[in-house]
Design a protein around this ligand. Sequence first.
Ligand SMILES: C[S@@+](CC[C@H](N)C(=O)[O-])C[C@H]1O[C@@H](n2cnc3c(N)ncnc32)[C@H](O)[C@@H]1O
Length: 319
Amino acid sequence: MSGSDRAVEHTPVLLPQVLAALNVRASGVYLDATYGRGGHAGAIVEKLVADGRLLCLDRDPVAVAEARARFAADSRVSVFLAPFSALAACADHIAPGLKFDGILFDLGVSSPQLDDPSRGFSFMQDGPLDMRMSKGVGPTAADIVNGASEAELIRIFREFGEERFAPRIARAIIADRASKPFERTLQLAEMISRVARTRERHKHPATRVFQALRIHVNGELDELEAALNAAFERLVPQGRLAVISFHSLEDRLVKQFMRRHASTDPVYAGLPFVPAHAAPKLRLVGKAIQADSEETARNPRARSARLRVAERLNEGLAA
Ligand SMILES: C[S@@+](CC[C@H](N)C(=O)[O-])C[C@H]1O[C@@H](n2cnc3c(N)ncnc32)[C@H](O)[C@@H]1O
C-alpha cells in the first residue's frame, strides 16, 4: 500500500456495537455527526431503504469532500460542512424541526487527520504546529504556544491534558519562544521530551500536551457539551444517542450528561409526585462498551474507545 493510500484510511471502531446501539430501522432518519471517512455512515446507509435518511456532518473540509463525492448520487444522504454544535441548523436545513431515530458521535480525530503531517496533530512526524480540524479556520496550536501567557499555558495543559509537569513545560516554552517561536510539531515534542521525562509506560512525553492543545484549539469540550444538548432535543421518543469517546475528559462529560438526563430532577427526589418536566428524559442502554481483544489487536486505536448509549424516553414517562 502506498503512503497516499494509507493516508485516506480509517477503520471504524466498535462498528457492530454502534449499529446495534442505534437500532437502525430501514426507514429511519439518522445523523452521523462525525463523518471522518464514513466507516459508520456507510454501514448505516446499507441498512436504509429508499425513504430512509442519513445526515453526515464533519467540520473538516477534506472529510466532507470525500463524503460528497461518495454519496453524490444517493438522495438518502445529505452532507454538511459544520461543527456538530450546529447540528440543529443542519437538520432544519433538510426540514424545520427534523428529529432523528439515532445520532452518532465518534469523537476525536480520524486516522487520515493524524497520519497527515501537514495537519500538525502528530508528535511522531514533523509538520506545522497546526491541529485545526476545521482546516484553515481560527488560531493554530502555534498561535497558542507562541502567544499565550505562562498561566494560560499551565491551565490548558492541566485542564485538557491532566499534565502534571504543566508548569515546567510552560516555563520552558516561554524561555525558548523568546529566541525562536515554535512552528513545528517535532520542535515542541522534542523540547517536551527534554524537560519532562514521563514515567508513563508506552506514552510519549508529549502525549498529554498535544492532547491539551488539540482540545483547546478545537474547543472540543465546549463543542461536545453544546452538541449533546442539541442532539438530546432532536431525538424522537425511543431515539438512540451513541457516543464513542477516546479519553477520560470526553467520557466523563458524556457519562455525566447521560446520567443527568436519566435521573429525576434532584429537587423532586423522594417526593411522591414528580411533574413531567422533572422526570427522566433518557434511559441508559447498558454500560460503557469497550472493544474486545480481537478488535484492539486489529486496530490499536480502538483500545481507548468507550461507547455509551442512551435512549430518549416519551415525554413525561419515568424510566
Ligand atoms: C474519529 S473520526 C470519525 C470516524 C468515522 N466514524 C469513520 O468511521 O470514518 C472523527 C471525525 O469527527 C470530526 N469532528 C471532530 N470534532 C468535530 C466537531 N466538533 N464537529 C464536526 N466534526 C468534528 C473530525 O474532523 C473527524 O473527521
